[in-house]
Write a protein that binds this ligand. Structure first.
Ligand SMILES: NC(=O)c1ccc[n+]([C@@H]2O[C@H](COP(=O)([O-])OP(=O)(O)OC[C@H]3O[C@@H](n4cnc5c(N)ncnc54)[C@H](OP(=O)(O)O)[C@@H]3O)[C@@H](O)[C@H]2O)c1
Length: 344
């Protein structure tokens, strides 16, 4: 395993971090009713996957209050307890922002504090190593100074203050911002001053790590590192879905609502992956591990990416996704060839 420093935090995280979303099992958005979890998750399988990660040098675990509404945080803590993992050797990240509870908005300072305490309790720890605001939608319904409801309250300044108070109190070590648009990052970064950003980056969605892109210059200007979620695109980049028999997902599985699992998209990706297999096969007997390694190492080739965080549901997937930590870093010609194949 190789490790990368996050500027200004004293944290050094494994290039392959493990996403904990699957650990939460199935759940549904309390706002829209849409599935936002993962079906059929087995705690023993997850434990075996966490053990494989620890044995393979993973020290970076990406969690959130919304993953199973706390279940993923509790499961991670329980796995560490069962495996006898020294918490101080691990970098635990979690997030606040999508679980609103009974608050009018998840970024109300009292709600942030409430969720922080709950996450500490769920994770059985006294500090969160990386605490992210989970999204960048800071302007929404809220209260004005007189207690009247207004449609466009800006939570960013007060949320940022609350986050930095939590740092001063020792409950949070490093501040992170996860978001889904460059505009949201541009607005939040100068106020929140996070050291770590998180968003989706993979061979199919490279907007945030495209050379010369807006986020790249923002990260340089503010000396931020990036944690890339979705490196495997929820299995699509592993060529595991048959375009002629596209998958159907169970109740509570987030992928039920994702349009990318359709025959045309899967067929297009499969054609590209067949070229990847031709170029990189080199005698590898485990094609899934090879594709997982290529997908993660391609994202890690960007100088600002500190960690790629694939998810997993069992030991087999965890071991497979660790292959990127054993293989050598990708060469520049390989990076360019893959970019041209997927983005050209
Ligand atoms: N900040 C944010 O808003 C945000 C958003 C999304 C994700 N994240 C973070 O990023 C992590 C990764 O998320 P993601 O969206 O990429 O989804 P993911 O967690 O990577 O997707 C997990 C699914 O991918 C499949 N998979 C993973 N490794 C596999 C392997 N080696 N072989 C076969 N299948 C494999 C499994 O599918 P099957 O169920 O079919 O076995 C598994 O359930 C999350 O856990 C979370 O920590 C953050």
């Amino acid at each position: 395993m190789r490790y990368r420093d996050i500027p200004g935090t004293g944290l050094s995280i494994s290039e392959i971090g493990f996403g904990c979303w699957t650990m939460g099992g199935p759940n549904w958005s309390t706002s829209t009713g849409a599935p936002i979890g993962w079906s059929d998750v087995n705690d023993d399988d997850i434990l075996a996957g966490v053990k494989a990660g620890i044995d393979g040098g993973v020290n970076h675990w990406d969690n959130a209050d919304i993953y199973g509404n706390g279940r993923a945080e509790r499961t991670l803590a329980e796995c560490f307890r069962k495996l006898g993992v020294n918490r101080d050797t691990q970098v635990i990240a979690t997030k606040v922002g999508h679980f609103r509870g009974t608050a009018i908005h998840a970024y109300e300072p009292r709600h942030i504090r409430n969720q922080c305490e709950q996450s500490l309790r769920n994770l059985r720890t006294d500090r969160i190593d990386i605490y992210y605001f989970h999204h960048g939608s800071y302007v929404a319904a809220g209260y004005d100074a007189r207690g009247n409801i207004v449609p466009d309250h800006d939570y960013l300044p007060e949320a940022a203050r609350t986050m930095h108070d939590l740092v001063k109190e020792g409950k949070v070590r490093a501040v992170g911002q996860s978001a889904y648009t460059v505009e949201d990052f541009e607005r939040a970064i100068p106020v929140l001053k996070p050291r770590i950003l998180q968003n989706k980056a993979n061979l199919r969605y490279d907007e945030y790590i495209r050379p010369g892109g807006r986020l790249e210059s923002l990260m340089r200007a503010h000396d931020c590192a990036l944690v890339a979620f979705g490196p495997l695109d929820q299995g699509i980049l592993l060529d595991k879905f048959d375009p002629d028999r596209p998958p159907s997902f169970d109740e509570g599985d987030y992928r039920r609502g994702r349009k990318d699992f359709n025959p045309d998209t899967l067929r297009t990706v499969r054609q590209k992956l067949s070229l990847v297999r031709e170029r990189f096969a080199g005698g590898s007997s485990d094609v899934t591990a090879m594709l997982s390694s290529i997908a993660s190492r391609w994202v890690l080739a960007h100088e600002r990416v500190a960690s790629a965080i694939p998810g997993f549901r069992n030991q087999r997937q965890a071991l497979c996704n660790l292959r990127a930590a054993e293989d050598p870093p990708m060469t520049e010609p390989e990076v360019t060839w893959l970019r041209e194949l997927f983005q050209g």
